[in-house]
Write a protein that binds this ligand. Structure first.
Ligand SMILES: N[C@@H](CCC(=O)N[C@@H](CS)C(=O)NCC(=O)O)C(=O)O
Length: 204
């Protein structure tokens, strides 16, 4: 079987947008299949047959194989299209370091708060109070790194920037204030420009 790469995703999800922006930047020919995670599209029998975890993003490769986990899909796209991953083993490992860190130390707090506040309408009392200091610790660490180089893993745009920008640019929707993180704010604009995506307006 050979057909176009398919990506199942919901545009409210930064994890899904990461894979879309990577595919678009690399000029990949793919089909975007929009699901709505809030109305149960990821829990239908049809979708669970594709991804038993019931999550997006989910990629179906042209030969029918399935690939899940946003950062793994991004790595696959970069490897098969020769871009966004620097050449040497150490430099590539630096990119992977940030991808693992994003899922472990950034996304759980910054994306987690955003989903609960913006999409589930939870007020702060229903959200683990630890998520604010943990999210801020992640932002502070990024701000320090971005004070030394234009991009998170060095001087060029890589997968690490696309992965991290997805939820950092909407951190305000989770109650995080980026005004103390000047290097992060400048980097968001830089990466949005590179990816040709529009800034997300802050609530007035
Ligand atoms: N670590 C996974 C997270 C995947 C995930 O949590 N997906 C959410 C959207 S961001 C989802 O599909 N939620 C719907 C559901 O669980 O039914 C990744 O990076 O792809």
């Amino acid at each position: 079987m050979s057909r176009k790469l398919q990506i199942y995703g919901d545009p409210i999800s930064g994890n899904c947008l990461k894979t879309k922006w990577t595919a678009d930047y690399l000029g990949v020919d793919y089909e975007w299949i929009a699901l709505d995670i809030r109305t149960g599209d990821t829990r239908t029998d049809e979708f669970l047959a594709i991804n038993p975890f019931g999550q997006v993003p989910t990629a179906v490769l042209p030969d029918g194989r399935i690939l899940t986990q946003s950062n793994a899909i991004m790595v696959y796209l970069a490897e098969t299209n020769d871009g966004l991953l620097p050449g040497g083993p150490y430099q590539r490992a630096q990119v992977f370091k940030w991808l693992f860190w994003e899922q472990n130390s950034h996304e759980p707090y910054i994306a987690g708060r955003r989903y609960r506040k913006t999409y589930l309408g939870h007020d702060d009392s229903k959200i683990d109070a630890e998520w604010i200091p943990r999210g801020n610790a992640a932002l502070a660490l990024m701000d320090e790194a971005l004070g030394k180089s234009d991009y998170i893993a060095g001087d060029v745009l890589t997968l690490a920037d696309i992965s991290l920008v997805a939820y950092t640019r909407v951190a305000h929707e989770g109650g995080f204030d980026l005004s103390d993180y000047a290097a992060v704010r400048a980097w968001i604009s830089r990466v949005e420009g590179d990816l040709s995506i529009n800034p997300v307006p802050e609530a007035s």
